[in-house]
Design a protein around this ligand. Sequence first.
Ligand code: ADP
Ligand code: ASP
Ligand code: MG
Length: 416
Amino acid sequence: MARIVMKFGGTSLADIRCIRNVLCHVKREVDLGHEVAIVVSAMAGTTNQLVSWTQDIADLYNFREYDVVVSSGEQVTAGLLALMLQAEGMNARSWMGWQIPIVTDSVYGCARIKSIDPSKLLKGFQHGQVAVIAGFQGMSFDGNITTLGRGGSDTSAVAIAAVIKASRCDIYTDVDGVYTTDPRIESKARRLSRVAFEEMLEMASLGAKVLQVRSVELAMVHKVRIFVRSSFDMGSASARAEGDFVGTLICDEEEIVEQQFVSGIAFAKDEAQISLRRLADKPGVAAAVFASLAEENINVDMIVQNISEHGATTDMTFTVSSSDLERAVNILERSCHKVICDDLQFESGLAKVSVIGIGMRNHAGVAATAFKALSEKGINIRAITTSEIKISILIDNAYTELAVRILHSVYHLDKE
Ligand code: ADP
Ligand code: ASP
Ligand code: MG
């Protein structure tokens, strides 16, 4: 007997027929004698609809009522699944974030989990009860409903797995694992059987939305092994009996015998670039620029600064998401640009394409291969940033798909 978390995403819960399919997965695990906590997303499309309704009324992001509205999709699916399990004769009940409680900070729309009390769930297990938990939602210290950011049910699932000390956290989605790149963009993408936490963290934060970034952070810290698999794969009879399914295990680097030097290509569209020209080259300037943006919760991504020629002025370029561009420019114009730089230029409609692999640490020439491949297709590189295990390249949005396919092929990711 094991204690497991099963998380089902929106497409896996899209309608009553899909929820019946989820029921089969749950029944299989319960029949194997496992203690089961289920975390559900809203039905596919529901959260988008809820967000757009709030925006139709007013542009009120980061506001209490936004979270009251957008958290409601998960309440529906948790209730429906619990009803369906009960109709099958199972002992099951739904849990909202505030009932457990899952306590978060008060950053509406993007709250962070601070603590989870597992005692009620554990007591339920003692009575053979299956817990059906509404993902994505929590409760702030002062008793308000909060949500964990888009895709946040993954984070709910990993956090629950950590506090109840589950031996597995299975993420059921509409693909049968983590692929070398988004299979919607490159049909030759291959499923990876294992991905290291660190690698998955880069992939998720660089655009592979198959898992929310924070869920991977939490899994890495608490050593929760995540198994990403398809909810539409019911497996053969023998696979079912042995719990042997197709999917991707996200685990410690030590568990990966053969490390690829490149494991995947990720991309993020809708990036925008801001350049500060002839910026004063003296201590405190970068701090002033980025503190003013941080105060307004604007996430800055790539940062590129030149070494100045005579120690007088330099150029600095950084990226923000397109949706933050107008706000970022306003802040910079208001707070600092007149004082510390000569000119402020900006542009949206850009994309960031990234090459990721833990094996990159020990291989030379990975970056050169990417630059050559892009240049042969006439794709201009605007900015480059690297870490030990990734190279990110800023290009025009229009070339995103082409760049992803070229990079995928140049590192032979389409081959076994
Ligand atoms: P869910 O609703 O189950 O949470 P998501 O839409 O959040 O599902 O995540 C699954 C989707 O992530 C897939 O349909 C796929 O298009 C996309 N995706 C992006 N990058 C990858 C990748 N590297 N591997 C697998 N899927 C990816
Ligand atoms: N329903 C939420 C969203 O669409 C959370 C999730 O699906 O993980 O973002
Ligand atoms: Mg998701």
